[in-house]
Structure formats: C-alpha cells, structure tokens
Design a protein around this ligand. Structure first.
Ligand code: MN
Length: 231
C-alpha cells in the first residue's frame, strides 16, 4: 500500500526555502499558498498548515493603536487570520513560526506586545538577524509540554539555545492555549493548545536549522500529525 506524503500548506513569505526544506526533511509535501486563496476552501486540500514568519499583525486586530515601530502586512492578515481560525476549529495540525505564532495568538483572541525594546525590561537581544542560525538566547521549556516531548526533553528544568529575530512578543495568551516556553526575561517563546491533535507555535526560527537538525523533532511531530489525516 502506498501512502501519499501529507500536504503541508505554507503561508507565503519572503524566504520560503528553509520552511520548505524543513517540511521535506520531515516527510511532508510543502505547498505554497497564496494570499488571494479562499482561506476556508484551501484548507480542505491540506493535511497540515504552517504559518511562516514576516511583518507584524495589524494592531487593530487585537484592539490597540499602532506603535511607531510596527510594520503591518494587511494582505497577509486578511488571508491568515480566518485561515488560522478555521484550522483550529477543524483541528487541522498547525505549526506556527515567528509572525505565525503572533497570528495564531491574535486569531484565537490573544494580544501582542508591539515593541520589546521599549516595552519589556530585558537584557536579552531578541532581534539578531544574521547569521540566521546564531543562537542568541536560551529558552526555558515547560516540563510535560508537547514542545518538551517533541524536543526529547524529560527533565524538570530543560533549556535550549534558539535563534531570535522578533521585535514583538505575545502578551495576553489566547484562551485554551498554554505557554510552553519562555526566555529568561519572561518573554513568551512558544504556546500550544493541549487538546488539539497538534497546534503549536514558536517565536524563534527552527526552520533555519533543517541542515543540522536541532529542531527536527518539532517538524517530525507536526508532519506525523498531518500524516494521520492523509491516510
Ligand atoms: Mn526571542
């Protein structure tokens, strides 16, 4: 019996290659979506959804005025917010990265901190842009979380280094979601929906490590969840 590869829809962004390669390494078939797709119709052809990185979510979507440093992408919001809500509703396996985790949180009713440098007391630099795999700060992973499981962490206080290219962060967490990692300064670095088949978002960029596999466990768990739908 042959089994087709699970189809993973990727929201379009300016650097697709690493997302696509990370999905392929995990056995998935990456499909680049278009912001002009009908968000509800396109989901029907997918086994999993990956929300990629990019600019900021329009602050009016979570009831705030726009901070001077916020750079929005309204065409992406218009497509991605209803797509995300529908994916969560249908329990389509969902993995959200950087902007993606911010989209996920806002879509499900959470809010964002628009400017970490001026709004969070921290000595950490969360916005180191090059090289893409530079591991600039550590994260503290919540024991017993799905994230801990996918990263093979079994201890009571596991940490790991991550790359970090964000100037915004999650503030109020959406109802039904748990924090699964924080930076040492308290900034939320990952959330997950415990009752979902797979619904997890991270603030760093695991896809940049597809060549060396530091975060392969995350992509493997996501694509394995999607594969259950492709049978
Ligand atoms: Mn960070």
């Amino acid at each position: 019996m042959t089994q087709r590869k699970p189809k993973i829809g990727l929201t379009p962004c300016s650097s697709m290659k690493d997302y696509e390669e990370a999905v392929r390494e995990a056995g998935g078939d990456p499909i680049e979506l278009s912001n002009s797709d009908d968000p509800l119709a396109v989901l029907g052809g997918l086994d999993g959804l990956l929300l990629t990185g990019g600019p900021d979510v329009e602050p009016s979507q979570y009831g705030q005025a726009t901070h001077p440093t916020t750079k929005v992408a309204q065409d992406r919001d218009k497509f991605e917010l209803p797509l995300t809500q529908e994916a969560v509703k249908r329990d389509v396996p969902l993995f959200a990265i950087c902007r993606g985790v911010q989209v996920l949180n806002v879509a499900e009713g959470g809010t964002l901190t628009q400017d970490i440098p001026s709004q969070v007391k921290t000595d950490l630099n969360h916005a180191v842009n090059v090289p893409k795999t530079h591991q600039t700060h550590r994260i503290e992973v919540t024991p017993g979380s799905r994230l801990a499981e996918t990263l093979g962490m079994t201890g009571a206080s596991d940490t790991c280094p991550v790359n970090s290219r964000h100037h915004q962060a999650l503030d109020q967490i959406a109802p039904g979601f748990n924090v699964s990692a924080r930076a040492p300064d308290g900034v939320v670095e990952a959330i997950e929906k415990p009752d979902a088949t797979f619904c997890l978002g991270v603030q760093w960029h695991p896809e940049n490590f597809w060549r060396t596999g530091e975060f392969k466990g995350l992509f493997d768990a996501f694509v394995a969840a999607a594969a259950k739908r492709s049978r």
